[in-house]
Design a protein around this ligand. Structure first.
Ligand SMILES: Cc1cc2nc3c(=O)[nH]c(=O)nc-3n(C[C@H](O)[C@H](O)[C@H](O)COP(=O)(O)O)c2cc1C
Length: 742
């Protein structure tokens, strides 16, 4: 592994310098922050914080200077043992159901896992898939299921990967209502699942005793109010069900069958006002925060599990009632300027909550490492922790954590899903070829049809879609039968993805970009949203891909129809973005600000953002953090607000803005404007006068594909915002599809 400063390490620095430039351009003053800064990244510099920003911006100061790459990856790529399984590196694929819940046991699902194995992942945990387990009514799995399981194991093994199965029993009854017979039957279920998987060739089982799974319900006094031997009277009693599961599985499957136990290594309550459905199993909702599992309790449990025979611990955050943050706990950092936002619109103070033990200043990256160290110090078995464990993102930080004995292994999902070749690329030192996870959480689908339709990876256009049969039939790229001359117009994410795919298939691709840089609006988005979403990394990754795939890039060239005729391509892929519509406004006395200028325009105190797409919401947050009194006025219906973001991101954004006093008027229009105020017609048929010094034009973009009209080219495609303005994910998806179709 090269010891030079990586492109990513460089980018982090460049990003901060760039942000300082943005701030300077905005007239915000100050110099580039060194090390810790109170500034919400992308907005202003350390020197100018305080009076420029709302108080919430300084509660959990973020330090983005943790991404150096100077140490190499010696410990990351060192061998270790997970139970009886020998492994050569520390990156383990966690169980993660996505479209897998719905795809059935078919080739697409098989290929999904084989891709991880091909990419260098040696230990793959398969998520709880009802279809792979023995029927709940008893008896063995069907012959077809057994055959599928065996094939899955064998195909992954060909590439050197070992498979483990996560058993995540969802409680059918409240713990207090379970009879002892129910409890023993639940244990027997675990044994049956383990034995069935072992027959298929799986080498390990993980007992998911975290989140709202059965094991957690026993461990937690919040959920467990029994008074018997499985009750809350002692730590031993609380641990008994999981202990017995471990013992019985070991007894049935042999000591060499590896057992891993997943627990909430620390809990807090993150459900004061919403997600009532997740509370149905909860009783004592008045004082839940006093009954959460502490680090000390968790360590005592882990010692009992170790004594019972578990081979390793998987440690996860346990925010009760906020399921997305049980696995994507970096969602707490999604809001630029109010990092640490809870699911109910307040903020965690990381020095006080979570026993003050979370690493809360690196955007969520490795946030559990210090807690994992405490578990590791108390145990002999390997301990790993999960969530934003991404060595390619911050190589030294994660290498040092292993060297310092904070964890034995890293449990990873999204980074590996975004780029299944992650491990191999990292091993080869091709860190700048790794597609970054941009932490949007669009990938989380849950388990119903509606969610499935909403689920996609923002960066990897194939990962869920191949399985759900809504997209390409295969992960493989079909080489072009006859190479064509392909013109891609526009260097945003959609255009770059189209060029990458078309060129990878063997076409001769030239990408024309009218400005002097590639990336489209990614750098603007990054400045507004801050570094958490790694959008600068996304742009850098796509640029690198153009290089690697031999795409000719022509900058500062605006393409028109005569140029297209003159160039005579076989195919044109138009990716020029949408066009902004301007508001038909009656009156004067209020400044009207272009969306692109909201960070650099002096606007007075009272600002109306017109529009409610994701960009308008991001803008509203940025302005609010910068002490503006923001009101959103939008023609969109209440149910459509911020709809381009994932359901999880929306929840954080809307609760936080609400708690900060931002009012949204959905289904509304601006009837008139006059000095310092506007009059709004609301969806209730009333009028509302709002103090307003400036209106930011954040209305939805309009399609912008007229360049294709009347050109004579055999194949034409309009993709992304110029066809149907929506979001980065759908632009990349359309680019991927066009690149495959051409
Ligand atoms: C789409 C999706 C589905 C998931 N499903 C499961 C699951 O079935 N079981 C589980 O224990 N964790 C599940 N998780 C959590 C992941 O295993 C992992 O903890 C989480 O993605 C954080 O790791 P990362 O930051 O590397 O992505 C899921 C996460 C995602 C994003």
């Amino acid at each position: 592994m090269a010891r030079d400063v990586s492109r990513r390490g460089f980018l982090a620095g460049a990003g901060i310098a760039g942000l300082a430039a943005t701030a300077a351009a905005a007239g915000l003053g100050g110099c580039a922050p060194a090390g810790r800064t109170n500034a919400p990244a992308g907005t202003t510099s350390a020197a100018s914080t305080g009076s420029d920003l709302i108080a919430a911006a300084s509660l959990n100061p973020q330090d983005y200077d943790y991404r150096q790459n100077t140490l190499g990856t010696k410990t990351l790529f060192s061998s270790w043992k997970l139970g009886s399984i020998n492994l050569n590196h520390r990156m383990v694929k966690s169980a993660a159901g996505s479209a897998t819940y719905l795809s059935g046991l078919g080739d697409e699902l098989l290929q999904y896992y084989v891709n991880f194995a091909k990419g260098g992942v040696e230990m793959i945990w398969i998520e709880d898939l009802a279809a792979l387990e023995p029927p709940m009514t008893g008896g063995p799995v069907s012959a077809d299921t057994m055959e599928f399981g065996k094939k899955l194991v064998a195909e992954c093994k060909k590439h050197g990967a070992h498979l483990g199965y996560q058993w995540a029993l969802f409680p059918l009854k409240k713990v207090e209502d379970m009879t002892v017979d129910d409890i023993l039957q639940a244990e027997a279920r675990g044994v049956a699942v383990a034995q069935s998987c072992q027959q298929m060739g799986f080498e390990a089982i993980e007992i998911n005793a975290a989140g709202f799974n059965q094991g957690e319900q026993f461990l937690s006094r919040f959920h467990n109010t029994r008074t018997d031997a499985y009750g809350a009277g002692s730590l031993e009693n609380r641990a008994r069900w999981v202990v017995e599961c471990i013992q019985k599985i070991k007894q049935a499957c042999g000591k060499d069958f590896t057992v891993q136990t997943l627990i909430d290594c620390i809990e807090e309550n993150d459900n004061l006002t919403n997600d009532a459905t997740l509370m149905t199993l909860d009783k004592d909702v008045t004082t839940p925060h006093n009954l959460v599992i502490t680090i000390q309790e968790g360590i005592e449990f882990a010692k009992m599990f170790e004594a019972a025979g578990t081979d390793s611990m998987h440690l996860r955050l346990g925010p009760l009632g906020n399921h997305p943050c049980q696995f994507g706990s970096d969602l707490y950092f999604i809001l630029n300027g109010i990092e640490g936002a809870t699911g109910y619109g307040a903020q965690w103070d990381f020095t006080r909550h979570w026993q003050g033990q979370l690493i809360g200043n690196h955007s969520g990256a490795g946030m559990l490492l210090d807690i994992a160290k405490r578990y590791k110090d108390a145990l002999k078995i390997p301990c790993g922790c999960v969530t934003y464990m991404d060595p390619a993102h911050a190589p030294d930080y994660f290498e040092q954590a292993l060297e310092d004995g904070k964890a034995d292994f890293f449990i990873m999902n999204r980074p590996l899903t975004v780029d299944t070749d992650y491990v191999n690329k990292l091993k080869d030192g091709r860190i700048d070829e790794i597609a970054p996870c941009t932490r949007c959480l669009h990938c989380h689908v849950g388990s119903n049809e509606m969610n499935r339709a909403m689920a996609y990876c923002r960066v990897n256009a194939l990962t869920q879609r191949v399985m759900t049969k809504n997209g390409p039939a295969t992960y493989e790229l079909q080489p072009a039968s006859s190479p064509k001359k392909v013109m891609v117009i526009g260097g945003g994410p959609g255009g770059m993805e189209a060029a990458r795919i078309a060129a990878a298939r063997g076409h001769h691709v030239t990408l024309y970009e009218k400005t002097g840089t590639l990336g489209g609006r990614l750098s603007f988005a990054s400045a507004v949203k801050g570094p958490h979403e790694n959008l600068d990394d996304l742009a850098a990754y796509l640029k690198k891909q153009l290089d690697l795939n031999g795409v000719e890039v022509v900058l500062n060239r605006e393409v028109d129809s005569p140029f297209i005729s003159q160039t005579a391509p076989d195919a044109v892929i138009l990716a020029v973005g949408g066009s902004r519509t301007s508001l038909p406004l009656q009156g004067s006395g209020v400044k009207v600000v272009d969306f692109d200028s909201f960070m650099t325009t002096d606007m007075g105190d009272n600002v109306v953002v017109y529009g409610s797409n994701a960009q308008a919401f991001d803008c509203a947050l940025w302005l609010t953090v910068h002490k503006k009194r923001v009101t959103i006025v939008t023609p969109d219906a209440n149910g459509d607000l911020d709809k381009q973001q994932s359901q999880h991101a929306i929840r954080f954004m809307t609760t936080a803005l609400y708690s900060l006093g931002v009012k949204v008027w959905p289904g509304s229009s601006i009837a008139s404007i006059s000095d310092g105020q506007i009059t709004v017609t609301t969806d209730a048929g009333t009028t509302q006068v709002i103090a307003c010094d400036a209106i930011v034009q954040g209305a939805d973009l309009a399609a912008n594909a007229s360049l294709l009209d009347g050109i004579s080219v055999a194949e034409t495609f309009a993709i992304g915002d110029c066809k149907e303005p929506f979001n980065i994910a759908l632009a990349i998806r359309a680019g991927n599809d066009a690149g495959r179709m051409v």
